[in-house]
Design a protein. Structure first.
Lengths: 312, 336
């Protein structure tokens, strides 16, 4: 007993000494200086974009790109207004397909991970390998057939034409529906992996005990696994929301044109402020911030959850 | 008695109980008459087996994902054998490898392949190094280490279309920050995104800015899992800090490095969004065209669908060359 207390005391003393010395060592100062310098490096492009977005043309010419407009006359929020008018429908569209496909991904991925992790059967590793390989497949390898599938074979817009007469429904929702299904399908592999990483650490005893008591596979899922996966659902929501919101290649190919009523925020941003006279940088920066706003908010509020999703 | 109960259950079932209770009762039966299991037909045993019981969970997502991923890849291969271009429908009656021969004669293809490998190697290596340094810096009992981590990872949470806008402004010839910065040392100004010699390096730099936070997170997770006594043991042996990291800590980061490398390489193979947004269209400036951008341009820019599909298949085979050994290795280690 005494031995233990001595070691803890010693350890405490050592850390206290370390803290005292840490406070003054040059290495420590250098370390923090480096870390703060790196903060500058990672934030500079974003900060520069922010100050540029509120500069008038004169302000743009007369200040350094990383400094805020120093004269009150050089400040204008007009570009934000213009960018918002362009992007607002895109933001609505992005929300319309991002939220449903995030939820669908989470539900289907959790189910798949459960069926492949907590219920044991031979050959499941092969199915699992196909799921995991699906994470890494480049979208280029499927994009032409995908385009064919939606535009030539499914033609949801025409097939569901009876719906568009209904209130609150519009023809371009067909494209939104296509995007929901597409994003769900391609999100399933990574979400399955995320849930599996959690389910692997789940106590097997509890589940086996429940099954011996006669609980069905479904009951175990609903009563034991689902309540325990709520934290992972949060991680998946944060991570998938960001991924799907930021995605571009599917928007570009399935929606097609920035003028399409179903155009997503990223698609509209990619064509914002293009003109023969050159690029309107303040407008583009304002647009970039408006497009990034939902993901920025989610990131700032739930950074830890996002990092957890990235880690796996 | 048991039979009576069974009969009761089957009656209840025919009365149209929900599927959930049906399965529950089926499961119960297995448990209660475990001793008489030989009597059950093979079909019933098959129905009660775990593979069938778990199928409602993994099969629907598997079919959805399998159709969009694997069936689409097969379809893509078929398309690559046709002459499909322009409007209309592909003609599947006349298949051949002509698109693959055409790739060999396409000088743009060689340039794109070369650029892809430069991007892939440069981007991956620099990201791994920068991420490792960030992780080592942050793993030293630092105050606000979470805030630092959050800031370094921030670019990774942004869309490429968004970051491309920022970097176009950074690289601007006249008043971009990069040119102003090197102007302090009497260099430049350079046309970073216009010159064929500089453009790929500029793109790599911007992508490293966006992805190094990701590698940092991967390394940090691995560093945190190294038990503390290993540091202490190395210290007790009198190893210097550098030596301790080099000999003891970094070798243990190998698995993290491998999985980060796989992700980075596969990202470099499909990188498209950033280049599209940086150059306002399907055609990147000369010197920055990679296979991923060429594939999308051939199909969606020029409607050479079959040719685009053949490049897509090549990209798929290249990524398979990375995925297969990785998954096999993970399987061997029991990490899958």
């Amino acid at each position: 007993m005494s031995e233990k207390s001595v070691t803890t005391e010693e350890a405490a003393e050592q850390t206290a000494m370390k803290r005292v010395t840490d406070g003054i060592t040059l290495g420590r100062v250098g370390l923090y200086a480096t870390l703060i310098g790196l903060v500058g490096f990672y934030l500079l492009p974003i900060e520069s974009g922010l100050v540029t977005s509120i500069k008038t043309p004169t302000g743009l010419d007369n200040t350094f790109p990383f400094l805020p407009p120093l004269d009150a006359g050089w400040i204008t929020f007009e570009k934000w207004q213009v960018a918002f008018d362009y992007l607002a429908p895109g933001m609505v569209n992005s929300m319309l397909f991002t939220i449903p496909s995030t939820i669908l991904c989470a539900i289907l991925g959790s189910m798949a991970a459960y069926g492949l992790t907590l219920v044991d059967w031979r050959g499941q590793i092969a199915v699992l390998a196909l799921f995991i390989a699906g994470i890494f497949v480049p979208y280029q390898a499927v994009i032409v057939p995908l385009f064919q599938f939606w535009s030539q074979y499914m033609q949801l817009g025409a097939r569901l034409s009876f719906l568009w007469g209904l209130p609150l429904l519009e023809p371009h929702y067909a494209t939104i529906l296509e995007l929901i299904i597409t994003h769900t399908a391609y999100g399933i592999p990574i979400v399955t992996l995320l849930f599996r990483s959690q389910y692997k650490t789940m106590s097997n005893e509890m589940i086996e005990a429940a099954r011996l008591d006669g609980a069905s596979v479904w009951r175990v899922y609903r009563r034991i696994v689902l309540p325990l996966s709520i934290p992972m659902f949060a991680v998946v929501f944060i991570f998938q929301f960001t991924q799907i919101w930021n995605e571009f290649l599917f928007s570009l190919t399935i929606i097609g044109s920035t003028n399409d009523p179903a155009a997503s925020a990223t698609l509209i941003l990619s064509g914002l402020g293009q003109s023969l006279e050159g690029t309107d940088y303040p407008l583009r920066m304002a647009g970039a911030f408006i497009t990034a706003l939902p993901t920025l908010l989610v990131y700032v509020l739930f950074a830890d959850k996002f990092a957890e999703g990235v880690q796996t | 008695m048991k039979r009576f109960l069974l009969l009761l259950r089957s009656i209840r079932r025919t009365q149209g109980e929900g599927p959930e209770s049906e399965r529950t009762s089926g499961e119960r039966r297995v448990m209660t008459d475990g001793g008489t299991s030989e009597k059950r037909s093979t079909f019933q045993r098959w129905l009660d087996s775990d593979i069938v019981q778990s199928a409602p969970f993994w099969l629907p997502p598997f079919l959805l994902m399998g159709f969009f991923v694997y069936a689409a890849i097969g379809w893509n291969f078929l398309l690559s054998l046709t002459e499909y271009s322009g409007f209309g429908d592909p003609d599947y009656s006349n298949l051949g490898l002509q698109n693959y021969w055409a790739m060999l004669d396409d000088p743009g293809m060689w340039a794109a392949t070369r650029n892809t490998f430069v991007l892939l190697v440069g981007f991956t290596v620099v990201c791994l190094i920068v991420g490792l340094l960030l992780a080592l810096l942050l793993d030293r009992e630092i105050r606000f280490s979470r805030s630092f981590r959050t800031i370094y990872l921030l670019p990774f949470a942004l869309s490429f279309i968004v970051t491309a806008q920022f970097w176009r402004w950074m690289y601007n010839v006249n008043n971009g920050i990069i040119n102003q910065f090197i102007g302090v040392f009497g260099l430049g100004p350079y046309s970073w995104l216009g010159s064929p010699k500089l453009v790929l390096g500029a793109v790599i730099f911007a992508l490293v800015w966006q992805f190094s936070g990701y590698t940092m997170i991967i390394y940090l997770a691995a560093l945190r899992s190294i038990p503390n006594d290993q540091y202490e043991a190395a210290r007790a042996d009198g190893a210097s800090t550098v030596r301790m990291y080099w000999r003891v800590i970094i070798p243990q980061l190998r698995p993290a490095m491998v999985s980060a490398t796989v992700t980075l390489v596969l990202f470099a193979l499909k990188a498209f969004d950033f280049l599209y947004a940086t150059f306002d269209g399907y055609r990147p400036r000369r010197g920055a065209d990679i296979l991923a951008t060429k594939m999308v341009r051939e199909s969606f820019g020029r409607s050479e669908w079959a040719y685009g599909s053949s490049i897509a298949l090549m990209l798929f085979v290249l990524s398979l060359g990375v995925i297969t050994p990785y998954l096999y290795n993970q399987y061997k280690r029991g990490n899958l």
